[in-house]
Design a protein around this ligand. Structure first.
Ligand code: ADP
Ligand code: MG
Length: 256
């Protein structure tokens, strides 16, 4: 049985896609079988894994609407060593088109069940909104990984996300829990980063992952080459941190 995790935060630009792509690559390096699901119409995770979003014959859009199955839509990321269920702009239409369908919150869950035995991990890169797409991600998952920058406003948005997760847990997916908060783009020289980081630990305790992801330019450069940062420059601080995070996740699921 695969463990399925959403990488979610309703804010944009907080490191969701970077985390999804590099955690996938980090886990692949640890011999884990991974499916990365791109649930954002921007298709950044797709491109970051080295798959051209402009030439897809089938994508997660067709899968959600029942026009293709996962097996027909997934592709291999040779650069990352994992499989990808890709996305592009078409996915933006799914939001409206799914309204008419039965079981609309659980369409992704049902589709992923087909390939469950083939993976150790499925990672879902969510869009920056608490939308029907994100809801499909949350209904399909065992847990949520929340990347956040250690800045003042980061904490403010967190309560909306935590409340949404609580509601989904109560009404739609009793398995769902917050696996952890991941501190990303961390700059230890900034006093504010240190303070917010300490606040997070105080407030959320064990739910804060031990691994810290530093701000690292190699992680930001990698997507323009269509390669995960972990593969692009494996010795960089950013790559090393995501590999360590992969190991922390492998440990974490043992106790789930
Ligand atoms: P989201 O998916 O939440 O919108 P992204 O993962 O696309 O966020 O990250 C936003 C921007 O920050 C991107 O340009 C990305 O390359 C950059 N970025 C993300 N994580 C890091 C990091 N640890 N170090 C440096 N740049 C980063
Ligand atoms: Mg993104």
């Amino acid at each position: 049985m695969a463990k399925i995790f959403c990488v979610a935060n309703q804010k944009g630009g907080v490191g969701k896609t970077t985390t999804a792509v590099n955690l996938a690559a980090g886990l692949a390096k640890l011999e884990q079988r991974v499916l990365l699901v791109d649930l954002d119409p921007q298709g950044n995770a797709t491109m970051g894994a080295g798959i051209n979003k402009a030439t897809l014959t089938a994508s997660v859009y067709e899968v959600l609407l029942g026009l293709a199955d996962v097996n027909g839509a997934r592709q291999r990321s040779d650069a990352g060593g994992f499989d990808v269920l890709p996305a592009n702009r078409e996915l933006a239409g799914a939001e409206v088109e799914m309204v008419e369908l039965d079981n609309r919150e659980k369409r992704l869950k049902d589709a992923l069940a087909e390939v469950d035995g083939e993976y150790d991990f499925m990672l879902i890169d969510c869009p920056p909104a608490l939308s029907m797409l994100t809801l499909n991600g949350l209904c399909a998952a065992h847990g949520v990984v929340i990347p956040m920058q250690c800045e003042y406003y980061a904490l403010e948005g967190l309560s909306d996300l935590v409340n949404t997760i609580k509601k989904v847990h109560a009404k739609l997916n009793p398995e769902l829990k917050i696996i952890g908060l991941l501190r990303v783009m961390f700059d230890p020289r900034m006093t504010l980063s240190q303070q917010v980081s300490a606040q997070l630990e105080q407030h959320f305790g064990d739910k804060v992952f031990k691994t810290l992801i530093p701000r690292n330019v190699r992680l930001a450069e990698a997507p323009s080459y269509g390669v995960p940062g972990v593969t692009f420059d494996p010795t960089s601080k950013g790559a090393q941190a995501y590999i360590a995070f992969g190991a922390e996740m492998v440990e974490r699921i043992k106790t789930m």
